[in-house]
Write a protein that binds this ligand. Structure first.
Ligand code: UDP
Length: 468
């Protein structure tokens, strides 16, 4: 056998897992990262994507085989974003249901049959594909287990959202008492995105047929709710699913997720941070989707400037027109505005003292993993619940203002920056943040809770591969 043939034979003898991600940055990142963990344990991985993306040749992401079929987003022109989202979700379902079986079949024909399909939990129809293809399906949940549990109570009608109002508080098993606005926004603002609420509810459809559920979280972070969920399904906590060099360092050179839907201004950020004092910079990001209102953006801008702290602010190109020229001019010597940052590198930099975040679940886990205190400005979806946990349960951050899209003022922004950057409040938050950093590291290190769950899962795959 030639060397090439040898390698091919070796790959086709490996157990093969296919993953399919929801086409958003916050869903792709943890799945790609998890794929690298599988590859490092000798598993062949194929990632199915429906949006064009750039998998860099960085670290192990290059060993992921990509299968792609494009599903284009419909235009939003002349209709609400909610209608456009509904149409997109329907196109996605139709396309995956039609194309995924062929992708699975092709692997079999090539001598690399797929054993398990790990599908984004928001694509329950992938389970039907598994059924027909005779393979096992595993749901991969990219929000917190607390948020998943809340949706489950609504799905089961144990929590009736029609009976709630602004003054309600909600008591559910294994969760803290939640105020109305601590619930995910699709529940507290029911009419806002009905299609997305239906999507979140759909993840429970047929879930009893799944082999199990994977959560990008870790036991010491969400132990109680994970235990509660474990009484219903096989739950595997496998996180924080962030590049290895920021936690256990067992995957050599694994410093970024290795794929991006945006182009990062990497060098500019790090060079700029290198010239700053320790713990002196506020990092501000609202993630890949948020679309801030003009007033909101203005108050953040002037509040940051009034705080007198240095800052990096991620303002995506599509949002840049909302920054006033006056602000850009006046902040030039203290602020760096970028389209997209290498977020983990930035959070890990010694100059960064705090993170003003929209509380996307990945950003939340990344800040906890790197021990960075937060200022929370949740916008919508699960961010409101994540913010509640950051401030009241884990106590690693402060609120800029009471809740989601309520009006904030520049004074609120300045005050929260000062609270998190100086004085005794900072000391408390930092001490708590460092505790979680330690626990996150422990979970992903050899023998840690998440590491062990990944090992156990692989042991089962290997057993099932040899027994078929
Ligand atoms: N991110 C990044 N650079 C940025 C902003 C965000 O790399 O400038 C990454 C961030 O590290 C995280 C993801 O994009 O992994 C955003 O996911 P999250 O769940 O926090 O928010 P979403 O974008 O889904 O609202």
């Amino acid at each position: 056998m030639s060397r090439g043939e040898n390698e091919e034979a070796l790959i086709s003898s490996k157990p093969h897992i296919m993953l399919i991600s929801f086409p958003l940055q916050g869903h792709l990142n943890p799945m790609v990262q998890f794929s690298k963990r599988l590859i490092s344990r000798g598993i062949k991985v194929t990632l199915v994507t429906t949006t064009s993306l750039d998998i860099s040749s960085h670290a192990d992401s290059s060993s992921i085989t990509i299968e792609h079929f494009q599903v284009d987003r419909p235009s939003t022109e002349g209709r609400s974003s909610s209608d456009a989202i509904d149409e997109y979700l329907s196109l996605l379902e139709t396309s995956i249901t039609r194309n995924l079986p062929g992708v699975i079949e092709k692997q079999k024909a090539n001598g690399c049959p797929v054993k398990f399909l790990i599908y984004d939990a928001l694509m329950p129809y992938a389970l039907d594909v598994c059924d027909k293809a005779g393979i096992q399906g595993v749901a991969f949940v990219t929000h917190s287990s607390a948020v998943f549990a809340i949706y489950y109570h609504v799905y089961q009608r144990a929590l009736d959202i029609d009976l709630l109002d602004e003054l309600s508080s909600v008591t559910l098993p294994s969760l803290p008492v939640l105020g109305f606005k601590d619930l995910p926004s699709y529940l507290s603002n029911v009419g806002s995105y009905p299609g997305l609420l239906t999507l979140c509810m759909s993840q429970f459809r047929g879930l009893e047929k799944a082999y199990g559920l994977m959560f990008n979280t870790f036991e010491k972070l969400e132990g109680e709710v994970v235990n509660w969920l474990s009484s219903k399904w096989k739950i595997m906590t496998i996180g924080p699913s962030v590049p290895s060099m920021f936690l256990d360092k067992r995957l050599a050179d694994d410093r970024d997720y290795g794929l991006s839907l945006f182009k990062p201004d990497g060098d500019a950020c790090i060079k700029w941070l290198d010239g700053k004092d320790s713990d002196s910079v506020v990092y501000v990001s609202f993630g890949s989707l948020a679309n801030l209102e003009q007033d909101y953006m203005d108050e953040i801008a002037w509040g940051l400037l009034d705080s007198k702290c240095s800052f990096i602010w991620v303002v995506r190109d599509t949002e840049k027109s909302k920054l006033s020229e006056k602000f850009v001019e006046e902040s030039a010597d203290r602020g760096l505005i970028v389209n997209w940052s290498p977020q983990l590198e930035v959070l890990a930099h010694k100059a960064v003292g705090s993170f003003m975040t929209h509380c996307g679940w990945n950003s939340t886990l990344e800040a906890l993993s790197l021990g960075v205190p937060m200022m929370v400005v949740p916008q919508w979806t699960d961010q409101t619940t994540n913010a509640k946990y950051i401030v009241d349960v884990w106590q690693t951050g402060v609120r800029v203002k009471a809740h989601d899209k309520e009006k904030i003022t520049r004074e609120d922004v300045t005050k929260s920056v000062k609270d998190v950057m100086e004085g005794t409040k900072r000391e408390e938050l930092k001490a708590n943040a460092l505790k979680f950093k330690e626990m996150a590291l422990e979970a992903m290190s050899e023998g840690g809770s998440s590491d062990k769950n990944i090992d156990d899962f692989i042991a089962e795959i290997v057993t099932s591969s040899t027994s078929t």
